[in-house]
Write a protein that binds this ligand. Structure first.
Ligand code: UDP
Length: 476
């Protein structure tokens, strides 16, 4: 059974202070128009998971703010078997140009894919009425597009996956999916370069991903709270008196929670609050290059900066369907262990508890806020939410000039882009440069925050979606 996820409306009014009266007034006018256009219609979002991952992180606030603006936006998650997800993970990996598990996308795979989607169709198409708008997210439910069109809906396919330079593996995978998509009314990609070949150009729209600046991951935390969170979770040595046993927070549904779990940290000694910290927060994944982050820091960020490096990621034992996570964490630990004592003592690796996602989000928030410099030295990246998250917190970010990161950072202005993601010396130089020039670092951080406010917050995405809806419905 496909499942409908309840999302509470969230008033967009809270953005007035962030955007200023003029911009907020522009949004309000658009919201009026959106309500009128969508009167009597539902905007459905269909995807394949309600938990975890960037898409969920994006969707929740968008649906919440759309509902809070008076639009009847809803969310349906399809139900599928592990075999289906083996096929769709293969599709996902191959769209990133890598062979994934090496298995085929043959007629058997197609049959399985279509069977599962057909089984969900009654639940999904049964809810959708003619004239509704359906946003189908990513490859997993893409095969439902023809049936939804046949039900009389306006169908938008939203692709969150992207590759700067598609190879033959990626192209062959598009060819597998394309027949399902030809009839969609619009295609949304995160950047121009990610748009597939062979789709009608006139129906392609670019919408950058966005972050919810009021979520626990991004909400304001004052300096004392940041330190208390990092202290309680074992990431910072005690520097606060009296030492708190936990830090209280409020969840998005209003219920109270506490930061009380501890991160597991591999280090010689705990960090002190006054030590300049360089941070990368990422899943333990080869494409995030934690080993390069460690080696580059050790070899190219001089010890006399006094800086320490912290690589933080999720507790890999909590994620039992990600064997690669454990492997990459082990490789990172081994890389650190190989370093001379002097560099090793400046490098800390932390796995953050995942049992409570809000607690985890607040730890990430505190780490990003505490960082003097944030790094995202990825080798490939569709967008890189962590980059926008750190920029929103006015941190200077050093990141690779790849994928969607190039849309976020204007080099030298709102962050630093390193041309070759494997050039450890260039990455180290950029980090050291910011550490040694706090004024420049601060100016870059300030512009970074403005850039996120202007381009990458949830309301901006809603306006972009409204433009698509206007195009689709305006003609009718
Ligand atoms: N993240 C987190 N806890 C962690 C590590 C990462 O909440 O321990 C979050 C991070 O803050 C971001 C998301 O996971 O919101 C990762 O999204 P991104 O686009 O940066 O990379 P992806 O993991 O989707 O490749």
């Amino acid at each position: 059974m496909a499942q409908e996820i309840d999302i509470a409306p969230v008033s967009p009014e809270r953005f007035r202070g962030v955007l200023g009266d003029d911009r907020y007034a522009t949004f309000e006018r658009a919201a009026d128009e959106g309500r009128a256009l969508l009167e009597g219609r539902v905007v459905w979002n269909v995807n394949s998971t309600a938990r975890g991952g960037g898409v969920v992180e994006l969707l929740r606030p968008l649906i919440g703010y759309a509902r809070g603006s008076g639009v009847d936006a809803r969310w349906i998650v399809i139900e599928a078997t592990p075999e289906f997800f083996v096929v769709t993970k293969r599709i996902h990996n191959r769209l990133h140009g890598s062979p994934g598990d090496g298995g085929p996308l043959d007629e058997d795979a197609r049959r399985l894919y279509e069977q599962i989607l057909a089984a969900n169709l009654d639940d999904v198409a049964g809810r959708v009425r003619g004239g509704d708008v359906v946003i189908v997210h990513d490859p997993q439910p893409a095969g439902m597009v023809p049936a939804l069109k046949a039900a009389g809906a306006f169908v938008i396919w939203r692709c969150h996956v992207g590759l700067d330079h598609p190879n033959d593996v990626a192209r062959a995978t598009w060819a597998f999916l394309r027949p399902y998509l030809v009839d969609a009314d619009a295609y949304v990609f995160s950047r121009e370069m990610f748009a597939w070949e062979g789709l009608d150009r006139d129906r392609i729209v670019v919408i950058a991903p966005s972050i919810d600046v009021f979520s626990p991951k991004n909400e304001e935390l004052d300096r004392d709270t940041v330190r208390a969170v990092l202290h309680v979770s074992g990431l910072l040595a005690g520097s606060i008196e009296p030492t708190p046993a936990s830090v209280v927070f409020r969840r998005q549904d209003g219920s109270p929670g506490r930061v009380e779990r501890r991160a597991r940290v591999v280090e010689e000694r705990p960090l002190r609050a006054d030590e300049p910290l360089v941070v990368q927060v990422s899943r333990w994944d080869a494409l995030k290059d934690p080993v390069g982050v460690i080696r580059g820091f050790a070899e190219h960020v001089p010890a006399d900066t006094g800086a320490h490096l912290l690589c933080a990621g999720p507790d890999v034992e909590a994620v039992d369907d990600d064997p690669e996570g454990l492997r990459l964490l082990r490789e990172s630990i081994a890389e650190r262990a190989r370093l001379p004592e002097e560099s090793r003592s400046r490098i800390h690796l932390a796995t953050l508890p995942m049992a409570d996602e809000t607690e985890n989000a607040i730890m990430v928030n505190a780490l990003q806020r505490h960082a003097r410099v944030v790094v995202q030295k990825s080798l490939a990246e569709g967008f890189g939410l962590t980059v926008a998250e750190a920029m929103w917190k006015a941190r200077p970010v050093v990141a690779s000039r790849i994928g969607g990161i190039q849309e976020q950072i204007v080099d030298g202005e709102s962050g630093i882009l390193v041309d070759d993601p494997r050039d450890l010396a260039a990455y180290g130089r950029a980090v050291a440069g910011l550490l040694l020039d706090p004024e420049r670092a601060e100016a870059i951080g300030r512009r970074a925050r403005e850039r996120v406010r202007d381009r990458f917050v949830s309301l901006r995405s809603l306006l972009d979606y409204l433009a698509v809806v206007r195009r689709l419905l305006g003609a009718n």
